[in-house]
Design a protein around this ligand. Structure first.
Ligand SMILES: NC(=O)C1=CN([C@@H]2O[C@H](COP(=O)(O)OP(=O)(O)OC[C@H]3O[C@@H](n4cnc5c(N)ncnc54)[C@H](O)[C@@H]3O)[C@@H](O)[C@H]2O)[C@@H](O)CC1
Ligand SMILES: Nc1ncnc2c1ncn2[C@@H]1O[C@H](COP(=O)(O)OP(=O)(O)O)[C@@H](O)[C@H]1O
Ligand SMILES: [K+]
Length: 464
């Protein structure tokens, strides 16, 4: 059985492979499983038309020889281009099994399907430009592009693009997902993703592809406070907080209060406005979670409101403007287990700077920030990353229509609703991301953020 939610770095993958080898499964057998598994898919995709396989020097190239040999034996027109000699024993053995045409230099080759087996998880530096250009040209002259394990030029562990990489139609992950499949700038080059089972055992790598959540309906004896009271702190631009409040109402909160100095003309009747001083409003012990940041502003008043929220000792979702006001001193006396930070990349960069969290990619920065602060970090964007308590969660992609102003405000409100119900920040944020994605599917295409918020309620149905 393939382990569908396990995400392994290249190093963890090598360890997992060593375990199988120690248990008596040869490297050649593993390569065979990988190559044959992919060949099965390519056989269907090629539908009798020609296939060109580009093989590199390592085991990714070895997989390519197995794919080529399997398809050639079945009678498909196959050509291998191998600008390197195979350098590993299983790759050498695999090449010996291939009896079809093989070119040892790049040469023009057109055909229906191009299979990229140049480099996989062993890529350690940018590919030489001449080689990368030749691979891109091959990709361009074939109708279908298939990448084995990873498109060559994408780093497995963080998803950085080490070269310009053309988009593929499909990528076949071998044995287990790598982080690059689900986050990082290379993610949109993968096309459809499939996992090929080669017998890798389940193990806790600390990083998972977060699975579809289950949301419990309110218990029989539930009341509005047990379901969760969300307090949304409004600021300079109350419209943003209103979007968050609507997101929270749709995501199952029993009670949502807008803590604002005055009403907003667009506020729905069922949203309770609390006009007391913020300190007083936050002294309500029944509050399950406080959301602060959307539309807060960044001036002195905003800082004072953030200080009140931090002093309140409630569970906190901190988003948008409030993220720019945080620093090590502001969080010094707070229990970080109560906090979920929800930055987009710009906010993440500012936070990373403020807290000295190092990293070049969203994944590295989010992990470092969670480690430095002790808080849960939901680093959102295409390829959202969730980090808390040393764990990392990645997600299936959401609709690109989510790239609309206010969409993050809605997400923050959903997070607060799930946290107010008592879930850990990690679980609450996991559910929130799924709800946000599902609401986008239901509202799309080209929705406004208020339409998105209005669809959160219907999105719940998918997970009950
Ligand atoms: N680990 C496993 O459990 C399995 C791995 N398999 C395959 O093995 C691949 C990993 O194999 P390898 O570790 O041999 O790595 P690769 O085949 O990805 O290539 C690494 C080789 O290329 C060299 N290299 C790295 N970057 C280069 C660059 N920019 N320019 C030129 N040379 C470069 C390395 O020194 C090494 O010799 C996986 O992606 C997968 O396709 C499969 O055969 C199945 C089992
Ligand atoms: N291209 C994309 N694909 C998928 N999700 C996206 C994309 N762009 C943005 N999103 C999602 O939309 C939301 C945008 O949040 P944010 O940038 O904070 O917006 P705002 O500040 O306007 O509310 C995030 O949840 C993010 O993950
Ligand atoms: K590859």
């Amino acid at each position: 059985m393939a382990v569908h939610n396990q995400i392994l770095t290249a190093g963890q993958m090598r360890d997992a492979e060593r375990k199988l080898i120690a248990a008596g499964i040869s490297e050649t057998e593993l390569m065979d499983r990988a190559g044959r598994g992919v060949a099965e898919w390519i056989w269907r995709m090629a539908a009798g038309r020609s296939v060109t396989v580009l093989c590199g020097p390592g085991n990714n190239g070895g997989d390519g020889y197995v794919i080529a040999a399997t398809l050639h034996t079945r009678g498909l027109p196959v050509k291998v281009i191998a600008p390197f000699a195979p350098a590993t024993p299983p790759a050498k053995a695999a090449r010996d099994t291939y009896r079809g045409p093989l070119a040892e230099k790049f040469e023009p080759a057109s055909g229906a399907t191009f299979v990229d087996c140049l480099f996989g998880s062993g890529l350690s530096r940018p590919i030489d430009n001449v080689l990368a250009d030749a691979a891109a040209q091959l990709r361009a002259v074939h109708d279908i592009g298939v990448a084995v394990d990873l498109p060559s030029g994408i780093a497995a562990d963080m998803g950085e693009l080490l070269n310009d990489v053309a988009p593929y139609d499909a990528t076949f992950a071998l044995g287990a997902w790598k982080p690059a499949h689900w986050t990082g700038p290379g993610q949109d080059r993968m096309g459809k993703l499939r996992l090929i089972d080669i017998g890798i055992e389940p193990a806790d790598s600390g990083t998972e592809l977060v699975g579809t959540p289950i949301i419990e309906p309110p218990a029989t004896g539930a009341h509005k406070y047990s379901r969760g009271l969300v307090a949304v702190v409004a600021g300079a631009m109350p419209g943003a907080a209103l979007l968050s409040a609507q997101g929270a109402m749709g995501a199952g909160a029993g009670y949502v209060k807008l803590l604002a100095e005055h009403s907003h003309p667009a506020a729905p009747a069922d949203l309770v406005l609390d006009e007391q001083s913020l300190e007083e409003a936050l002294s309500d012990e029944r509050i399950g979670a406080v959301l602060i940041g959307p539309g807060l502003g960044r001036d002195r008043k905003a800082r004072a409101r953030l200080a009140d929220a931090l002093d309140s000792r409630h569970r906190l979702v901190i988003d948008a403007d409030a993220l720019h006001l945080l620093g090590p001193e502001t969080l010094a006396t707070i229990d970080p287990a109560c906090i979920l930070l929800t930055p987009h990349d710009g906010e993440l960069a500012a936070l990373a700077k403020a807290f000295g969290a190092k990293g070049d990619t969203r994944l590295e920065r989010a992990r470092a920030l969670s480690q430095q602060t002790g808080a849960a970090v939901l680093a959102k964007g295409c390829g959202t990353v969730l980090c808390a308590d040393g764990r990392t969660g990645l997600f299936p992609p959401g609709s690109s229509w989510l790239s609309v102003a206010g969409s993050g405000d809605v997400l923050a409100g959903i997070c607060a609703a799930r946290m107010a119900g008592g879930a850990s920040a990690y679980r609450a944020a996991s559910k929130a991301v799924y709800l946000h994605h599902e609401a986008a599917e239901l509202a799309g295409p080209s929705f406004s953020s208020s339409r998105l918020a209005a669809h959160v309620r219907r999105a719940m149905k998918q997970f009950l």
